[in-house]
Design a protein around this ligand. Structure first.
Ligand SMILES: Cc1cc2nc3c(=O)[nH]c(=O)nc-3n(C[C@H](O)[C@H](O)[C@H](O)COP(=O)(O)OP(=O)(O)OC[C@H]3O[C@@H](n4cnc5c(N)ncnc54)[C@H](O)[C@@H]3O)c2cc1C
Length: 502
């Protein structure tokens, strides 16, 4: 059982030599305040704890760790074990106007769980476990600090059920983080994004009240309040319980692989398959560069991996629909061991650290776009990345498909000429600016499943347009004292400016 977040990378120095990357105003934290927190639930002011809870798996922050910096130190870490604890911690923070940032596995890759203004971090990983399972309806009531394997293993072994949410970070992320950042698992084409899996939520609001957003299969009592908190990144409320939809364990699985002469032909085969009603759990298309890297070959072909699971009658039909679409687009069937190879390596998260330690700038950027613009976005983003000085490679794969479009997942690597932090940062920033603006120009959205965090906050006004005012208004209405994860979503905080130490 995983009970604690997994640190992204080691620090280059002793804990007491680490400094904060972000410089922001601090809120006075008195010893009485800390004593008050300790009366509610175990709370820590240990330096190592504060430093560790101030970073996540944001690749840029890994370079900071390698340069004796953490993003922004928290002042106190609280570990609640009940909703009442969370509500009381929030009440105390509200009374003292202390920022409170909630974190799960801290596997986020955009800095969403970093407490930009310090204050309290609520580490939810002690609020973990399955509370109840309605086996007839397949509804699972689970606490937010539950890590992926601890949810799925119990569901599978005890109830023969599966939620079907398998992000690459499955082992190191929690249910609350999945919902908070609106994630997607690798089997999403069959089971949907987390948005589709959540039936209801229990949420502690900034005024410490506790609300339920409804757990029925569907509703029409006004707007869907559950979805208000999905993807809210700890800025609108703290999720203390989640009701997830689960499926019977699939009795059978089918796998297939194809090679295409071009990316566009493979995209067309995917589009036709999906628009014909096929929903294979996995439909993953790699561009030429990623196909060569992951599956061999001469770099002129694109590999499509297909996997489906469920009732044999249904999945045989799905596989046939996909096969027809692939053959109609001149695909050659490929060795099915390509799928097996991907399955056995798909949760490996070690590459990031290896390359970062060598001084490379590496990251991924995922966006969603309608089918009619998939090829254009794939081409223009890769071109924009490669135009940045120091860029060494830009590649992509399509990881999730929908009736109207797909998610394109880009990976870039750059090699700054000097291995200084300043150049690493400027290269990182230049590539993100080029890639994200090019994706938005070509009609893609801001993010498909990694969320916004700190890294993407500068693009959110452009991406949402006037709708950003609605997000700001919601934040002000639900959190008038700006205590919940302040300074995020491109919403100016009354707590002041955020500057970075150079
Ligand atoms: C190698 C790697 C691969 C990844 N692959 C995927 C992938 O395939 N799919 C995917 O979707 N993501 C992926 N991610 C990103 C990340 O794992 C997800 O965003 C994940 O959902 C974060 O969960 P967490 O528990 O680590 O949350 P954290 O990082 O701790 O928090 C993420 C956000 O959610 C908020 N939050 C956490 N708990 C709560 C709560 N109880 N109430 C309200 N808000 C809360 C936090 O404040 C923060 O804003 C990957 C990350 C890594 C490092």
């Amino acid at each position: 059982m995983n009970t604690r977040p997994t640190p992204p990378i080691e620090f280059s120095t002793d804990i007491d030599e680490i400094t904060d990357r972000f410089q922001t105003n601090t809120t006075e934290i008195s010893s009485e305040f800390v004593a008050g927190l300790n009366k509610i639930c175990p709370s820590s002011t240990e330096l190592a704890d504060r430093v560790e809870h101030s970073r996540d798996w944001w690749p840029l922050a890994m370079h900071w760790s390698l340069n004796a910096q953490t993003a922004r130190r928290a002042d106190v870490i609280c570990r609640p074990t009940t909703t009442k604890h969370v509500s009381e911690v929030v009440a105390l923070c509200s009374k003292n106007s202390v920022p409170v940032t909630v974190s799960g596995g801290r596997s986020g890759v955009c800095g969403a769980a970093i407490p930009l203004f310090g204050g309290v971090v609520i580490d939810m990983t002690s609020l973990a476990g399955i509370i109840n399972v309605d086996e007839i309806s397949g509804l699972v009531e689970v606490l937010p600090g539950t890590f992926g394997p601890d949810l799925e293993n119990v569901l599978r072994e005890k109830y023969r059920l599966s939620v079907g949410h398998f992000p690459q970070s499955f082992d190191i992320s929690t249910v609350g983080g999945w919902v908070g950042s609106r994630g997607a698992g690798q089997f999403s084409t069959r089971y949907g994004k987390i948005d589709d899996m959540v039936a209801g939520l229990e949420v502690v609001l900034a005024d410490s009240s506790v609300i339920l957003t409804g757990t029925e299969p569907a509703g029409a009592a006004g707007p869907n309040l559950t979805s208000l908190f999905i993807g809210s990144e700890g800025s609108l409320g703290i999720i203390t319980k989640v009701w997830l939809r689960a499926h019977p364990i699939a009795p059978a699985q089918r796998r297939a692989a194809y090679m295409f002469g071009s990316f566009a032909a493979a995209v067309e085969a995917m589009r036709v398959s999906i628009r014909s009603g096929a929903t294979p759990a996995v439909l993953r298309l790699y561009d030429e560069r990623e196909s060569k890297r992951a599956h061999g070959g001469d770099g002129s072909q694109c590999a499509l991996l297909v996997l489906d699971e469920g009732e044999p009658l249904l999945i045989d039909a799905m596989m046939q629909v996909v096969d027809n679409a692939c053959r109609a687009n001149d695909a050659q069937p490929a060795d099915v061991t390509l799928v097996e190879h991907w399955m056995s390596h798909r949760n490996d998260t070690s590459g990031l650290q290896v390359l970062s330690k060598k001084g490379f700038v590496i990251d991924t950027m995922e966006v969603a776009v309608v089918w009619s613009r998939v090829n254009q976005v794939a081409e223009s983003v890769k071109k924009a990345i490669m135009a940045v000085s120091g860029a060494r490679s830009a590649s992509c794969h399509i990881s999730h498909s929908y009736i109207d479009g797909a998610c394109i997942y880009f990976t870039f690597v750059a090699e700054p000429t000097t291995n200084t932090l300043a150049e690493i940062e400027s290269t990182y920033e230049a590539i993100w600016n080029a890639a994200q603006n090019s994706a938005l120009d070509a009609g893609a959205n801001l993010s498909h499943h990694h969320g916004v965090g700190i890294n993407r906050a500068k693009f959110i006004k452009r991406a949402l347009g006037p709708a950003h005012n609605v997000l700001s208004a919601l934040k002000s209405a639900l959190d008038p004292k700006d205590i919940l994860n302040p300074g995020k979503f491109g919403i100016t905080s009354s707590r002041g400016e955020v500057t970075t130490k150079r």
